[in-house]
Design a protein around this ligand. Structure first.
Ligand code: ATP
Ligand code: MG
Length: 575
């Protein structure tokens, strides 16, 4: 491809709209352009790299025995009523009406459609195991689309779904997809870490996310340096020592009200009472599917809404609005407390045995002291409710946990029978009895993966593409496009490379060498070859990999073979 015919308009400066490096680089390297918030056009350079990622995904899905299908992006919302997920998806799902006033959704995911499909297509255990996949555009009305392709409203996902006749067979299907994911990300040149994950609205029992560790990641990853434990912070657990029972039970002082004028937040109250935040009990009022409840954690911890939601098995979990808080606590916001509160009360298990604590008094400008949870509060249940952070104890060993940032590029779930029950997806087993299918679902954010490659592989000058997904493999800089002999040598080399299956971007622009070098670094193709009057006079072309400082002078007629050798070695490391 000749640069002059390629629609590559690089940008010298960082665009205002971009916050993280990979987003800036994709815009500067003319890979994508913004249409509006969360919506992007792929320019030719970006689309080439995207197609290479898609090809790797496809090859590994096929190798794992999955069958490619293509389902409609438009889905009747009745299917979502049937699975009971319409409410849970809420405003995240784009909905529209057709001319007959039927409501349709633009698919954010395809569990419903695919289960409905397979329920009709399979009827015997002989057709199983069966895993189907598609690579398709998904739509989600994200609250905060940002970071370019990382969190978009429209993005490309590879979604796969497995169907099995037993739990054991489903485990094998899950493992096959897990292994395929390991290969896919390795081939894309990505270093990923599989972590235990929350199952969210998709439902199901067990899941792993594949994380690209990066500062710009939106997910917190809790990991133990002493053992292999790694989990998304949404799910992460911690070990809490069971409270030591005092040898003799000392009766603590009785609950007493203390005026705390204007002190509402934990910090304000702790400062006012001159005590550490951990001596306070934080009381938050939530609505679980619309019903109020209180969640208690120590003053120095935060409630993990995902864990609360999962523990209670509800569809929606949200902080109660001010009016509800005032109604159920009979006090303004900031003074809620569990003593005498007529609501279901769930306490973090770190609060077991908590005595002599401060908490809100359900009365304006007032807190209570000397609260003994077992004596003064009717706890509905102790649960694992708080966000786990750095310094907490590993749930598997005695290690001290730490927290890092990650980008979720893939997700594998064991779904169980949630959808197959809703859609009556059954087959006859060997004995002729009807058996409900056991499912798994497996997503890869294809467009997010592409950007994650850049986030993980870049330097101060630009992108550093792994050879497997680079839009082109070689940037061939023709430094003297007006010189017929140099042009002929460069064009010949380009043809020889193409004949060896190596794609080349020939920079034939009438630009200064400095501009071409800068653009080559920015676009970041794995190999740069310089063909100029000077280099040819010295005996050949200069070959350099994007990651090395030194270039190699290679006779023009040997250059193609030499580059092919380098490319083959680089590909080897990614296979
Ligand atoms: P997130 O937690 O980042 O919102 P999710 O858990 O909702 O993602 P899944 O339903 O598991 O996402 O979707 C499968 C994959 O699709 C994710 O692992 C991610 O790589 C990708 N993905 C999800 N939402 C987006 C988005 N808004 N833009 C780009 N890719 C996305
Ligand atoms: Mg996910």
């Amino acid at each position: 491809m000749r640069w002059t015919r390629s629609l590559i308009t690089t940008l010298r400066d960082d665009p205002q709209e971009a916050e993280i490096d990979s987003h800036k680089l994709m815009l500067r390297a003319a890979m994508i352009r913004k249409l509006s918030g969360g919506l992007y056009t792929f320019l030719p350079l970006g689309l080439r790299a995207l197609h290479k990622v898609e090809r790797i995904v496809r090859e590994e899905m096929d190798r794992a025995g999955a069958l490619e299908i293509l389902m409609p992006a438009l889905q009747p919302t009745e299917l979502w009523e049937q699975s009971g997920r319409l409410a849970a998806m809420g405003p995240n799902m784009f909905k529209l009406k057709d001319r007959a006033e039927r409501t349709l959704a633009l698919g954010p995911t395809h569990e419903e459609v695919v289960t409905d499909l397979l329920a009709r297509e399979v009827n015997s255990y002989r057709q199983l195991p069966c895993t189907v996949y598609q690579i398709q555009t998904k739509f989600r009305d994200e609250i905060r689309p940002r970071f370019g392709l990382m969190r978009a409203k429209e993005f490309i996902m590879k979604d796969a779904y497995s169907f099995d006749v037993s739990l054991e067979a489903a485990d094998a299907s899950y493992q096959a997809m897990y292994d395929a994911y390991v290969r896919i990300f390795k081939r894309c040149g990505l270093r990923t870490k599989p972590v235990e994950a929350d199952t969210g609205d998709i439902g199901g029992k067990w899941s792993h996310e594949f994380m690209v560790m990066a500062e710009a990641g939106e997910d917190g990853i809790v990991e133990c340096p002493a053992c292999a434990y790694a989990a998304n912070q949404e799910r992460a657990e911690r070990r809490v020592p069971s409270p030591a029972m005092p040898a003799t039970v000392v009766a603590s002082a009785l609950v007493r009200e203390i005026p705390t004028p204007g002190a509402r937040t934990i910090e304000q109250v702790a400062a006012f009472l001159k005590c550490p935040p951990a001596h306070l009990i934080k009381t938050l009022i939530y609505l679980a599917d619309g019903k109020p409840l209180a969640a208690l954690v120590a003053g120095d911890r935060e409630v993990n809404e995902h864990k609360l939601k999962r523990a209670l098995g509800c569809k929606r979990m949200e902080l109660a609005d001010d009016a509800t808080v005032r109604k159920v606590t009979t006090a303004p916001v900031g003074f809620a407390g569990p003593v005498g509160l007529a609501l279901p009360i769930y306490a973090d298990f770190g609060l077991r045995g908590a005595m002599d604590r401060f908490t809100g008094a359900n009365k304006a400008d007032t807190h209570v002291a000397h609260v003994d949870l077992s004596r003064d509060v009717k706890i509905t249940e102790f649960l694992d409710l708080s966000i786990v952070g750095a310094g907490d104890t590993c749930p598997r060993c005695d290690g001290t946990l730490r927290v890092a940032r990650g980008i979720e590029v893939g997700h594998v779930f064991k779904l169980g029978t949630k959808y197959s029950e809703a859609f009556q997806a059954k087959v006859l087993n060997e004995k002729g009895q009807a058996e409900t299918l056991v499912m798994g679902c497996y997503g890869i954010g294809v467009t997010r993966t592409l950007q994650a490659v850049i986030e993980q592989s870049r330097d101060k000058d630009g992108i550093v593409w792994p050879v497997s997904v680079a839009p082109y493999t070689v940037a061939l800089l023709l430094l003297d496009p007006k010189d017929a002999a140099v042009t002929a040598a460069a064009e010949k080399l380009a043809q020889e490379l193409e004949a060896l299956g190596i794609d080349v971007l020939l920079d034939d622009r009438e630009e200064r060498p400095g501009v071409k070098f800068k653009d080559a670094d920015l676009i970041g193709l794995p190999y740069r070859v310089v063909a100029g009057a000077k280099s040819l006079a010295k005996g050949g072309v200069e070959v350099k990999s994007r990651t090395s400082k030194e270039s190699l002078l290679v006779p023009a007629d040997q250059a193609a073979a030499k580059i092919a050798e380098l490319v083959a070695a680089a590909r080897q490391t990614l296979s």
